[in-house]
Design a protein around this ligand. Structure first.
Ligand SMILES: Cc1cc2nc3c(=O)[nH]c(=O)nc-3n(C[C@H](O)[C@H](O)[C@H](O)COP(=O)(O)O)c2cc1C
Length: 214
């Protein structure tokens, strides 16, 4: 079993990083033979999409120039990490009502026609099927359905839609809300950690088939 851990906060000691660490710890207990791939987007150089990038991404992969291969190399690395993973945990701080810029830059690199999404006359089809995704958000305020600010949540709806577009439809969100300084922060964090334990308990891998003794 393989777990891909993605962190996208600018802060080293951030809430969302604490949450992904909790998830990884709990996942390892369920999958002691499992392997964790760490991808820290704060320390990964993630170029913005350029004219060269779009030309390369829409060219026949068999006829790419060495320069085009280089342009797509980080995208290839990030897509291979996704393809290899059974479970993906994403730490997502809310910045300005949506995802952080590094997480958006990662999304721009991994959503690729012909690689993670296929177009045909029948429509689009995501390639990354059968994987479990857990998104752990951290927010200063509160945006759950029913709150006065629910309509300003451009994080969960956006992530659900774009992950679904590439085939990642089994997505669980766990929110640590009210993380601005105050009495609400710690209980909200603890509630999120309790939910994380439950979500990780559902990730136990199927043990490899035993060889027949006969
Ligand atoms: C640049 C920036 C923008 C933020 N924008 C919002 C926001 O729009 N809504 C909100 O509820 N909190 C906002 N916050 C607060 C963060 O969501 C909160 O501090 C959260 O814990 C960040 O996650 P992290 O601890 O993993 O870095 C913002 C924080 C920063 C640094």
């Amino acid at each position: 079993m393989k777990l891909l851990q993605i962190d996208s906060s600018a802060r080293r000691n951030s809430v969302s990083r604490q949450l992904t660490e909790k998830f990884v710890h709990a996942w390892k207990k369920q999958n002691p033979q499992g392997h964790v791939i760490k991808r820290d987007l704060a320390t990964t150089t993630l170029p913005l999409i350029t004219d060269e990038w779009t030309l390369a991404a829409h060219s026949d992969p068999a006829h790419l120039t060495p320069g085009q291969r280089q342009t797509l190399s980080i995208s290839e690395t990030l897509i291979e990490e996704l393809l290899a993973a059974d479970t993906i945990v994403i730490g997502a701080p809310m910045y300005n009502l949506t995802v952080s810029a590094p997480l958006k830059a990662w999304i721009d690199q991994i959503v690729r026609v012909g690689r993670t999404v296929l177009y045909s006359a029948a429509g689009t089809e995501g390639v990354l099927k059968g994987k479990k995704v857990v998104v752990l958000t951290s927010r200063g305020g509160a945006f759950r359905p029913g709150t006065p600010t629910a309509q300003y949540d451009h994080q969960e709806p956006y992530l659900r839609h774009i992950l679904g577009f590439i085939g990642l439809t089994d997505v669980t969100f766990i929110h640590a809300e009210n993380q601005k300084p105050g009495d609400l922060a710690e209980p909200a964090r603890n509630a999120a950690i309790a939910e994380i334990q439950l979500a990780a308990a559902l990730t136990k891998g199927t043990p490899p088939a035993q060889d027949s003794p006969l």
